[in-house]
Design a protein around this ligand. Sequence first.
Ligand code: 523
Length: 135
Amino acid sequence: MTLHNADHVVVVAGALYDRGRLLAARRSAPPELAGRWELPGGKLEPGESAEKALVRELREELGVETEPGERIPGEWLLKPGYVLRVWTARLVSGEPAPLEDHDELRWLGRDELGSVDWLDVDRPAVDAVAARLWP
Ligand code: 523
């Protein structure tokens, strides 16, 4: 079962930042998305808040503890009925590692955001994140 928030299935992603850099993660699956970069995250579970889902996904996928910050204004359509929403997240403990769903991680500074091949939906989301992190 997937949580529907109003009419949409919500996928949350984290703009994890530390020491002036933003974390980008390269997907290892499914085949059509593998090799493209994203803000890590995933689908909400039933009854789960977006913030809880974000902390859980970043723990599962990267092995780190994080603290959600603010929601980045906007939402991005993944496919009909599915939307991506993004929160900032602060690294509390651990060093991110590609434990699940990713095969490479990179910390990107402001001038390096264009250096990876973001997923189509992440591209505008990352622009919105950058406007927030580096106004
Ligand atoms: N995206 C996406 N960008 C982005 C994320 C976290 C997700 O475009 N930053 C897309 C990719 C998938 C869908 O959203 O089509 C679901 O993301 P996924 O697979 O990371 O969510 P999970 O991990 O909850 O999915 P399951 O493995 O199916 O549980």
